[in-house]
Design a protein around this ligand. Structure first.
Ligand SMILES: Cc1cc2nc3c(=O)[nH]c(=O)nc-3n(C[C@H](O)[C@H](O)[C@H](O)COP(=O)(O)OP(=O)(O)OC[C@H]3O[C@@H](n4cnc5c(N)ncnc54)[C@H](O)[C@@H]3O)c2cc1C
Length: 427
């Protein structure tokens, strides 16, 4: 029997993109169930490189995203003293290969575009739906919610993020997300309140300190809002990996952020460092996010249920690939369903399981490669002595210079993964 109805758990980027794409490309009816009472996810701004932008374009959404976000493909490295130590275009080569650069967009704007598109094509999205059970019988899956309601479909997609209930309740109950050792604090600040240096930013700017990395970038087309983050090693709460422990740790971090950061900047006095002090000083609302990852090598499907996006492969955000990886999942799953519907002669459960195995092995190879990049990028955020910091600054500065001077950028070194096209994968 073909798959005609897909139930989607989770209304974040993966869930809404999946509903849109499966409904448009596969003509499959999709219903989204979201646990929150309204369509909001954690704030901040998301970087989307060439591979993800190309897929948004194929979904007909890239123009709407471009109208809200801003192209920020240049990475500028600043020393603690405030000097610019190097710069690179992160997508110089992949832009030529794909036609798409690098977008920075507020998460709320990204979700607005997805949700407006879903509304237009009539994808039903139900809020306040907390999943409590998944049951599979006779090629049908039923999901049950805490309000006593349920729904039955031919397939369930778990798009419910790093602490996925679909994974916990059904696909892989033994899997426990692991704390990466690094946490982020971040905020969005209107530039009207900041110095002219902050309002004229047009790139992603990074400053290394001996205890973490500070990044700052415009986040809107008008460049009237900037996004900043401070990413550093933070120990697990003394009470272990509990929700209360993390809430307490987050509160401590946010409370002492201003003094921690100002201390790390030391006595330096330059336009750049003064701007960083000003930005942090004038920030009212700071969010804290401990970064977890799903351990690699775990199963992603069971019967007629598959987890995608962060539920399957959440990774540190230091490679800016979370949303793009979720989009690639969606496109490959859509292709899997096309293949499935064209070969309805073999025994159904066998055929579907083979396809899902093949899906998993393709996506695992790709996401594990991204995980390695993200972890490598994360190392720079770890604590170091002032001497080590200086060595790192010099090495990075030299690396950025060599990247352009030797022509590594023209060979696509470090950018090949951004020109990868998921639609070239075959079943
Ligand atoms: C600080 C930070 C910075 C980041 N920066 C970037 C970046 O620059 N670029 C990038 O691409 N990615 C970035 N990411 C990662 C990116 O946010 C994620 O990869 C992306 O949001 C994954 O989308 P998702 O839909 O799989 O999961 P989520 O965004 O987590 O969405 C899951 C949805 O499921 C819902 N849900 C959860 N449990 C249930 C349940 N039981 N029943 C129903 N619904 C449920 C949640 O409420 C949520 O709406 C960053 C992440 C963080 C934390």
């Amino acid at each position: 029997m073909g798959i005609e109805k897909v139930i989607i758990i989770g209304g974040g980027p993966a869930g809404v993109a999946a509903a849109l794409h499966l409904q448009e490309r596969n003509q499959i009816s999709c219903t989204v169930y979201e646990t929150r009472s309204e369509p909001t996810t954690l704030g901040g701004a998301i970087g989307i490189p060439s591979n993800g932008l190309r897929l948004l374009d194929r979904m007909g959404l890239s123009d709407a995203m471009m109208k809200k976000g801003t192209e920020t493909s240049i990475l500028n490295l600043h020393s603690l003293k405030g000097n610019e130590m190097g710069r690179m275009d992160m997508v110089s080569w992949s832009r030529q290969q794909t036609g798409f650069g690098y977008l920075r967009i507020r998460r709320t704007d990204l979700m607005d575009v997805f949700l407006n598109a879903a509304r237009k094509v009539g994808v039903p999205i139900h809020f306040n739906k907390r999943l409590t059970r998944v049951e599979e019988k006779n090629d049908q899956v039923t999901v049950f919610f805490s309000d006593g309601t349920s729904d039955t479909g031919d397939f369930v997609l778990g798009c419910d993020g790093i602490h996925s209930s679909v994974r916990k309740l059904y696909v892989d109950p033994d899997c426990t997300p692991q704390y990466s050792g690094i946490s982020n604090v971040f905020s969005l600040v209107p530039t009207s309140e900041l110095s002219p240096v902050a309002s004229s930013l047009d790139a992603l700017n990074a400053t290394l300190t001996s205890d973490g990395m500070f990044g700052i970038s415009p986040a809107t087309t008008a460049r009237d809002v900037i996004y900043w983050f401070f990413s550093r090693e933070i120990a697990m709460p003394n009470t272990g990996d509990s929700r209360d422990g993390w809430e307490e740790r987050g509160k401590e971090e946010v409370d002492r952020l201003k003094t921690t950061f100002i201390d790390l900047l030391g006595e330096y006095d330059s336009l750049w460092v003064n701007m960083l002090r000003d930005v942090v000083h004038k920030t009212d609302v700071v969010k804290f996010y401990p970064i977890f990852k799903v351990p690699p090598g775990r199963p992603w499907h069971k019967g007629r249920c598959l987890i995608i996006g962060d539920a399957a492969h959440a990774m540190p955000p230091h490679a800016s690939q979370g949303v793009s990886m979720a989009l690639e999942d969606v496109f490959l799953f859509s292709k899997l369903l096309c293949h499935h519907s064209q070969h309805l002669d073999a025994p159904d459960h066998q055929r579907l399981d083979d396809l899902l195995q093949s899906y998993e092995s393709k996506r695992k190879a790709r996401t594990e490669q991204m995980l390695k990049t993200a972890e490598r990028n994360g190392d720079i955020r770890k604590k170091k002595t002032p001497l080590r910091l200086r060595v790192n600054e010099l090495a990075l500065s030299w690396g950025l210079w060599a990247y352009g001077a030797i022509g590594l950028d023209k060979m696509g070194i470090g950018q090949k993964a951004l020109a990868y096209d998921i639609e070239e994968e075959q079943f």
